[in-house]
Design a protein around this ligand. Structure first.
Ligand SMILES: NC(=O)c1ccc[n+]([C@@H]2O[C@H](COP(=O)([O-])OP(=O)(O)OC[C@H]3O[C@@H](n4cnc5c(N)ncnc54)[C@H](OP(=O)(O)O)[C@@H]3O)[C@@H](O)[C@H]2O)c1
Length: 271
């Protein structure tokens, strides 16, 4: 019941999605697991070219096989997006196939929830999250822009509701890196819009994927199911410029203004 209230159900028309993506190329990062994988499987259409990325080759191969079995069309480029060579591989591949990207879904991401006192010898937490959540999508966007602009394309940024809330203890690496890319994209958005490129920001709540699995206290929390997240992303493909945030984000911001200090005291006590 609570789940229904927090995440009202809706679904997009597969037929409309197929029409919208007719003869289009969609690049999805982080398509080997979780939300990106489900999204790729949802976009298995005969005349849509999917280019999938992630580090785990065997998982990407598996997704491509499922997509092909369902009548779709997908290829993959394995690699760590924090490496320059992976980014170079993406553009070599697109050039070799002579295709330009119409829709870029910036989905690959790394989340860390850790106290700063458990991070004293973990500077790499901060470089890793910045490299994946901030620098990699910036470089991809810079390199995609010439083609995506010619095609009046779309950039869909899979972000987090956390970037809309005040800074929270334990989330420094994740919240700062996701927030940095969010600010960057917001800053360039008017220029992109002027050239016909639209952006969508999808501020997801907690979603039941392997990303939140290490935090045991989320096991019983009323979180969003991954297929609901993919419906939201699909809606942003259908409706250019569509942004999503859970309806309860604004009331939560207000509650923070009123009770934020005592809430933070409580989470510090319980951790
Ligand atoms: N789950 C949540 O609660 C939640 C909430 C808000 C926002 N989000 C956002 O939703 C997006 C998808 O997350 P998810 O929940 O589906 O997590 P997930 O199941 O862990 O999937 C993350 C994807 O990113 C890829 N990835 C991770 N590190 C990578 C790297 N260095 N290079 C290339 N690819 C990499 C992973 O593939 P490999 O491991 O094969 O590389 C995987 O395909 C993320 O941007 C996340 O920040 C998630």
């Amino acid at each position: 019941m609570l789940h229904r209230i927090l995440y009202p159900k809706f679904s997009v028309s597969q037929k409309h999605l197929e029409q919208k993506l007719y003869n289009k190329t969609v690049l999805i990062t982080g398509a080997s697991f979780g939300i990106g994988r489900l999204l790729a499987e949802k976009l298995a259409f005969k005349n849509t070219n999917l280019v999938l990325m992630g580090r785990t080759s065997e998982k990407l191969k598996e997704v491509c096989e499922i997509i092909k079995k369902n009548g779709g069309n997908a290829s993959y480029i394995p690699g760590d997006l924090r490496d320059q060579s992976t980014i170079d591989d993406v553009f070599k591949y697109l050039k070799s196939k002579d295709v330009g990207v119409d829709v870029f879904v910036n989905n690959a991401g790394k989340s860390i929830r850790r106290s700063i006192y458990s991070s004293l010898d973990r500077f790499h937490d901060f470089t890793r999250t910045m490299n994946l959540n901030y620098y990699a999508p910036i470089e991809l966007v810079l390199k995609l822009l010439p083609e995506i602009s010619k095609r009046n394309g779309q950039i869909i940024n899979i972000s987090s509701f956390l970037v809309l809330l005040p800074a929270m203890p334990f989330w420094s690496a994740y919240q700062a890196s996701k927030g940095a890319f969010h600010t960057w994209l917001k800053s360039i958005q008017p220029e992109l819009n002027k050239r016909g490129v639209t952006c969508s920001n999808i501020y997801l709540p907690l979603v039941r994927t392997r990303m939140i699995a290490p935090t045991k206290k989320f096991d019983k929390a009323p979180v969003m199911e991954p297929h609901q997240a993919t419906e939201i992303i699909a809606k942003s493909i259908l409706k250019k410029g569509y942004n999503f945030k859970p309806w309860w984000v604004n009331p939560t911001r207000l509650a923070f203004k009123l009770f934020g200090k005592s809430y933070i005291k409580r989470i510090l006590k319980n951790n």
